[in-house]
Design a protein around this ligand. Structure first.
Ligand SMILES: [Zn+2]
Ligand SMILES: [Zn+2]
Length: 364
């Protein structure tokens, strides 16, 4: 039996350039119905704040603290890395991304490359509106990619003053899914036989921007928590005990037992992607060795949608207007599922699963 939890990863507080503090952000998360949050302030790991926030009446949320590390002197800027589970400050390693990833792994923690591909804003330059993608793709040892970053996508729409005003007032009309180039990069890494997990993040700051006389808080915390989340499956339920629950959440994240869901377009809870063969089975994030008779992969969507199954980046099966897709295979590769839905008058990326890694028996 698996237990399902919805959380938001990649959040900034006033300890870096966010606009609010941890307890306040937890209140917004509880109102948005989240089970967990992972704070990732820029180049600062804030100790002593992890735990459950809220109460029995309004609900509780588990707050964990990671870090977003980057070299502030790097030119051009970029190489932002999300660090989880290190339990200590990692920013001192920022100038050498490979050394930083190795140092994080040595603590027992793990890394996801943040907003790995960015377009940036062509209207406003400077600071966080510049493209801040990953540059040093030769690094190894990271756990995964942040395949969908809400802020990156928003920035890419800031092409002119009118577009900026429109997209900040009606973001739902402009948010469509991960960048095609990010998915291409992910598939390229998967095709090399690597295991690369995925998360989605808001990169939420709750910042207020000014454009002439207009003032607008772009993406308040609660609205982002109701939009793009990372859903996890755990083998045991969360109990309310910090150390045990931290392990469950971080281990599911590291193993890729979950998916990225754009919950604004429809709640993605209940999504499943699994594989079954003779005496072998697994869920997204797992390695499954091919057995006699091959393997049946199954995608289950919580609502009708356009479901696609990809192997190493190539679509191998798809179905529209259904909640289920079954596919039999005897081919190894990294299989991942995508579901599209209609929202705000258009077709949107809705669910992006972690891969199931189907391997030949000898490699298992
Ligand atoms: Zn960043
Ligand atoms: Zn960030």
């Amino acid at each position: 039996m698996l237990f399902e939890y919805k959380g938001h990863i990649h959040i900034h507080t006033r300890f870096s350039d966010g606009s609010r503090l941890h307890a306040d952000i937890c209140r917004e998360a509880i109102a948005a119905g989240l089970d967990f949050l992972i704070i990732t302030d820029h180049n600062v790991w804030v100790d002593g704040l992890e735990g459950y926030y809220g109460d029995d009446r309004d609900g509780r949320v588990l707050l964990l603290v990671g870090e977003e590390v980057h070299d502030v002197r790097r030119q051009p800027p970029g190489n932002h890395c999300l660090v989880f589970g290190a339990g200590q400050e990692m920013a001192q390693h920022a100038s050498d991304p490979q050394a930083m990833i190795d140092a994080v792994n040595a603590t027992g923690g793990f890394c996801f490359l943040a907003h790995p591909i960015e377009i940036g804003s062509s209207l406003l330059r400077g600071g966080e509106l510049d493209p801040l993608g990953w540059q040093d793709w030769e690094v190894t040892g990271y756990t995964g990619l942040e395949i969908w970053n809400y802020m990156s996508e928003f920035k890419s729409h800031l092409t002119g003053k009118l577009a900026a005003i429109r997209s900040s007032y009606q973001p739902q009309r402009y948010i469509r899914g991960p960048f095609g180039d990010t998915l291409k990069q992910w598939d390229s890494l998967l095709s090399q036989g690597r295991q690369v997990a995925c998360i989605g993040g808001g990169d939420v700051h709750g910042s207020t921007y000014h454009l002439g006389p207009l003032e607008r808080t772009v993406f308040p915390y609660r609205s982002v928590f109701q939009s793009l989340n990372t859903h996890l499956l755990t083998p045991k339920p969360l109990t309310g005990e910090l150390n045990q629950d931290r392990d469950l959440v971080l281990s599911a994240l590291r193993q890729g037992h979950g998916w990225v869901g754009y919950d604004a377009a429809g709640e993605t809870a209940g999504f499943r992607f699994s594989g079954q063969g003779f005496r072998r089975e697994g869920i997204m994030g797992d390695v499954i060795a091919l057995s006699r008779g091959g393997l049946t992969l199954q995608v289950t969507s919580p609502e009708l949608g356009h479901i696609r199954l990809l192997c190493n980046g190539t679509v191998v099966a798809e179905t529209a207007g259904r909640t289920n897709l079954l596919f039999q295979t005897s081919e190894p590769g990294a299989y991942r599922a995508e579901v599209f839905t209609r929202f705000a008058g258009d077709k949107r990326g809705w669910i992006y699963s972690n891969p199931i890694y189907v391997r030949r028996r000898a490699q298992s």
